[in-house]
Write a protein that binds this ligand. Structure first.
Ligand code: DOR
Ligand code: ZN
Length: 347
């Protein structure tokens, strides 16, 4: 048997899907992401959503202002697609560097998605333009049809929306965000070009039982919701395979504890405080730590057509503590695996 690896050095990683929020919450969380990642794709689901190049540039400036003074973290902004967004505005923002991708939220699929897209036909001119200019479409892949079981919404989205989308726009670069099912992993693998997927640390770590362990566990509730163990295993297999179509996207989505521990609790897990360590544990447990750099640092830039980061980070097998809670506003955020010890740390 091979001797276990106790230390690895990788190119500086990026987070290809994160929620940094705005205002006081942004001040609390920005430093956590910037400590671990060189860049991150920042989700635009603010209230109001980020739908103009001017709004994206202003949000990027607020993110930079919230970083520690020595940070060189680069936010990669996204625009929030609505039924009425003009193709010219999407292209203008892209040409100016205000954003690198557009985010498709099916209307009402998740947090702050009320302005999302009701019908793919409504955004046909935008999608055609994005295909032409090579701009990435990041997709929240769940149907919102209330008749569809919440655990089936991703698989049904593939049939109802993603297959038609890939057929209508065969050259469009699409990221199937935060995949949670074997069907999604298989679908990505069935497409040789232009389709990638992000995988979160929490969907690699837990299955749906975690939401009901001895009682209702609101801190394990997110969207798409965690699925059965067989799906988690399929995600681990895909993420740790080294296949270039899968890359790191935490979907770290902070909410105040009081908003999660509620009769109608918010969806989202906060993983940014320990993201790289959480993923390292998964890759290590799968015997695939040698594939971690591809997933965390190489596959994402290649898909987005961006350079790999300069510099490296070193991870070592050594305990690191997850904070029990993180003070925020007049309340706090409970991170994923709060108060626990992880077996890896960033050196
Ligand atoms: O769990 C989630 N939280 N899923 C999403 O798609 C949105 C996110 C949020 O913004 O809180
Ligand atoms: Zn998200």
């Amino acid at each position: 048997m091979n001797k276990p690896v106790d230390r690895i050095t990788l190119r500086r990683p990026d987070d290809w899907h994160v929620h940094l929020r705005d205002g006081p919450m942004l001040q609390v969380v920005a430093g956590y992401t910037a400590r671990q990642f060189a860049r991150a794709i920042v989700m635009p689901n603010l209230t109001p959503p980020v739908t103009t190049a001017v709004a994206a540039a202003a949000y990027a400036a607020r993110i930079r202002a919230a970083l520690p003074p020595d940070s060189d973290f680069q936010p990669l902004m996204t625009c929030y697609l609505t039924d009425t967004l003009e193709a010219d505005e999407v292209e203008r923002g892209w040409q100016q560097g205000a954003w690198v991708a557009a985010k498709l939220y099916p209307a009402h699929a998740t947090t702050n998605s009320a302005h999302g897209v009701t019908n793919l036909d409504a955004i046909a001119p935008v999608l055609e333009r994005m295909q032409r200019i090579g701009m990435v479409l990041a997709v929240h892949g769940e149907v919102t049809d209330p008749a569809v079981d919440v655990f089936d919404r991703e698989a049904v989205f593939i049939e109802r929306s993603l297959i038609p989308l890939t057929e209508r726009y065969p050259e469009l670069k699409i990221v199937f965000e935060h995949i949670t099912t074997a069907e999604a992993a298989d679908f990505v693998l069935s497409r040789p070009h232009h389709l990638g997927a992000t995988v979160t640390a929490h969907h690699l770590a837990i299955n749906r039982n975690a939401m009901f362990q001895g009682g209702i566990r609101p801190h394990h509730y997110c969207l798409p919701v965690a699925k059965r163990e067989r799906h988690r295993l399929a995600l681990v297999k895909a993420a740790t395979s080294g296949d270039a179509r899968f890359f790191l996207g935490t979907d770290s989505a902070p909410h105040l504890a009081r908003d999660k521990e509620s009769a109608c609790g918010c969806a989202g897990l906060f993983t940014a405080a320990s993201a790289i360590e959480l993923y390292a544990e998964i890759f290590d447990a799968a015997g695939a730590i040698d594939k971690f750099e591809a997933f965390a640092s190489l596959n994402g830039p290649a898909f987005y057509g961006l350079p790999v980061n300069a510099g490296t980070v070193t991870l070592e097998r050594s305990p690191s503590a997850v904070p029990a809670r993180i003070d925020a506003l007049d309340n706090y955020v409970v991170p994923f695996r709060a108060g626990e010890s992880l077996s890896w740390r960033m050196a």
